[in-house]
Ligand binder design. Structure first.
Ligand SMILES: [Zn+2]
Length: 246
């Protein structure tokens, strides 16, 4: 069987048969890959815990007729250790992995930018660099933007004006002024709009400053479902793990 080597982030695992698992990987050069890890559930598996979600691995994969098979795996970074110790981080990481799996829809198509973005988000979570909900929301908006669904936040999607932006419509692709508001649009206040902009830009300096403000929690909790619905709308399915975010 032909072999290929890549760097990969483990997104998701499902059991297969008695001792195997199908591992979903987000790779640097081969996009999303599903591959079997044989014997991984045995106590003395040669893979140890290396193919658990949120592990970043250097993998050697054999191309199979139906499914690829992971032949070797070596740890680059064990984000899983820190993430599984903190519940809020663990939930956030699950949301990120779920979105990453959906947003990179096609198998075996290289998407290095999506890989880099997902690794950065999971790595930031494991080190608790920023508030876990800010990391999650920013990741979702940016991953969707990379996939071609950028939320337009700077000007009305209909007339282009940059003031009096009071609504946001998923179907129309972003914010609207009060005159152009479509029936599906929802009202957003300036604090929420500003937060969405910071998430989309990945402006960590401002986000970390805001995170110190007790009132920012409220804004975040209004803005987060907007991001969730945006992703749901374009990915055409709900983010199941997002239910646990609060
Ligand atoms: Zn307008």
């Amino acid at each position: 069987m032909p072999l290929y080597r890549d760097e990969a982030l483990v997104l998701h695992c499902i059991d297969l048969g008695e001792a195997d698992r199908i591992i979903t990987l987000l790779t640097k050069h081969h996009g999303r890959v599903r591959a079997v890890a044989k014997g991984v559930r045995k106590v003395r598996s040669r893979f140890g815990g290396r193919l658990e979600p949120f592990m970043r691995q250097d993998v050697l994969i054999a191309t199979g007729r139906s499914l690829d098979v992971i032949s070797q795996s070596a740890t680059i970074a064990a984000y899983a250790d820190a993430i599984t110790q903190e519940y809020s981080c663990y939930i956030a990481a699950n949301v990120i992995a779920e979105v990453a799996e959906s947003v990179v829809a096609t198998l075996d198509e290289p998407d290095e930018e999506q890989y880099t973005l997902a690794v950065a988000a999971i790595s930031a979570l494991s080190r608790q660099l920023h508030h876990s909900l800010d990391i999650t929301a920013s990741y979702i908006l940016r991953a969707l933007a990379l996939a071609g669904w950028q939320m337009r936040l700077d000007a009305c999607v209909v007339c282009g004006r940059t003031d009096k932006l009071t609504s946001l419509s998923n179907a129309s692709g972003g914010v609207m002024c009060s005159l152009d508001r479509t029936p599906d649009a929802r009202h957003i206040d300036q604090g929420v709009l500003q937060t969405l902009k910071l998430w989309l830009a990945g402006n960590w300096q401002m986000l970390d400053t805001n995170a110190q403000e007790p009132l920012f929690d409220q804004t975040r909790h209004i803005a987060l479902p907007i991001v969730e619905h945006w992703a749901q709308f374009y990915l055409e399915k709900p983010i199941r793990s997002a239910r646990l975010l609060d």
